[in-house]
Ligand binder design. Sequence first.
Ligand SMILES: [Zn+2]
Length: 688
Amino acid sequence: MRKRREKDFKSLQSEKTQRYAHRYLVLGTAFILICAIFLVYLGVVMVRGAQIFFPRSSDIIRTETVYGERGRIFDKNGKLLVGNTTNYNLIFEYGSMADKRKDVNLALLECINALKITKTQNYRADDYFPLMGTYPNMSLKNDASDETSNIGYYYQKFLKRTKLDKTTSAKDICERFVKQYKLWQELYSNDEITELIRLYYDMERVDFGFYNHYVIADGLEASSEEAQSLITYVNEKNIEGANFIKQTKRVYPYDTYAAHILGRIGKITAENVSKYKDYPLDALVGTSGCEAAFEQYLRGTDGKKISVYNKSGELIEEYYNPAPIVGKDIYLTIDIDLQIAAEDALKREIERLDDSEAGAATFIDPNNGEILVSASYPTYSQNQFSGIDYYASLASDENMPLLNRAIQGAYAPGSVYKVGAALAALENGDITEDTCYDCQKVYPYFEPNSPTCLGKHGAIDVTEAIEVSCNVFFYYVGHENGLDKITPYTRSLGLGVPTGVELGERIGVVASEEYCLNTSRTWRTIDNATGAIGQSYHLYSPLQLSVYTSTVVNGGSRYSAHFLKEVKDRQGKVIYATEATIAEKVNFSTKTHSTIKNAMSRVISESDTLTRYFANVNATVGGKTGTAQVSTNSTLPDNALFSGFAPYDNPQIVGSCILEAGEAGANASKIVAAVFEEYFIEDVEPTA
Ligand SMILES: [Zn+2]
């Protein structure tokens, strides 16, 4: 960025040794002081090779940090979901700073001044500084003693490193910095000393030195007026050691879409510091979603450019050590067009319903576990996310827009569970395709609180019981045989077990006596009956519902659900591809398979409403609706659910939707219909 200034090379050479001594002063023991010169040369030669630090006697070495861009995120069809734009950090570099402490102090004060003059806000040193007030009257902040806070975590590390006692006063801490960095009152004002103590504290915190530059201000948007004037100012002032380096700033072309999946990058905090041990302490890292899950691929690493000048100031050699590393690009299994169709449909339906405020939908490929859509409503703007006010409004919103309901929500499955209950009963031999139970609306047990059916279906077999969603049929199945004969199947199909997804998920709850024992809840005999229709204690995520339906319709292969499709380098070469993995093979007969699938297709074909909703899908659809009571005390309508698949003969896509307080399962089916329409749109032959 900045034109390198001419140097007084003679004085630089003689000052070199002094500079190395500075580093060891920082370390601060008498022994190391005595051995400083020897150790520096020995250490450096061992780590980096002799050529850097034993230049020909007349050579001058300068170093400059070089940007290693973070990898980008694409959808499965190569559409950019997360890209980078150019931001700048104002940094201070050891390898090009002045040689005398007095000059370094002046350069740092110039930098602070530059930030003030150009009204640049992104001043970093405050975030971790444990002191408040102005020198010499500074005191410790309360957070300093709380090791779980960012300030406290680094303060304890500081005390340990400097061998200072926990009871060391703020005054003594200041004096240490004053002595260490020669911050004499006759040279600087008290305000200046305060600023310098703050900066030096932070520089030590991030281990500022030959290999680690210090970020004075970050996230300067190249296009902003502030950044432009700061860059001009610093360059004009020619501040020794100050430089600008590009920094990753994420841009989100689809803004509110897929926000919960993609996640964020941010500074290393006390919480995740152990995970990012080998990072520079001022690095930006993935803090949530795919950014965190795939950090190992996305990470870019800054390098160092070494320039060697001869004594006449001519550049004689230039090389990288280490070379900057550009992060790898990742391709997700998400199809952004389907994701948009799902999110738009979710929003439309939730806004239409009086009481619904939230919902989620997931779609997967039942033949390999690829997650095509993972939608959660309400969502948020990824481009506005870093605004403090915007974030605060999200965090305090009672509808919890930050929650990824698709994988971290847990809901009673309602009648969607009947599919698994039927499969289990058929496989256990508890019923056959011809077994009929008599539905007289009220189940004739558990009086006076007998559970009921929505209809009065009379003698009914399993296919019809799924088709019309008869509760009484399944009360018999659960009550006569016990829910614990059903749950091993539904668990194997995917309910209440990890889906395999790379992002943090809720595992949910399998209703059982054991669960009640472990959580001081009461297990009643009636739970065997209500559990068989997806009530009782069952709680599953929308992603688990899609995995479950996939396993049913594909004939028993439970694939690990996943977001990562491929990793490519910048040249487009695939360096990693996720292979479809069967997490569990569930054995059930082809007869059971076809009975269940047939019943699920009749759910659509025998319902006028559902037939109408799926009329524009260019494939035969099967599915199951559900409504689930949230709690007996709730005045809100039931949750609405739907899980379905298409095409009937060779399922390629499975989708599930839950609408909180969505009233009726058919409402949730609309979101699935919208995505299926989009998915099968290419199969439509253009008409002449
Ligand atoms: Zn019934």
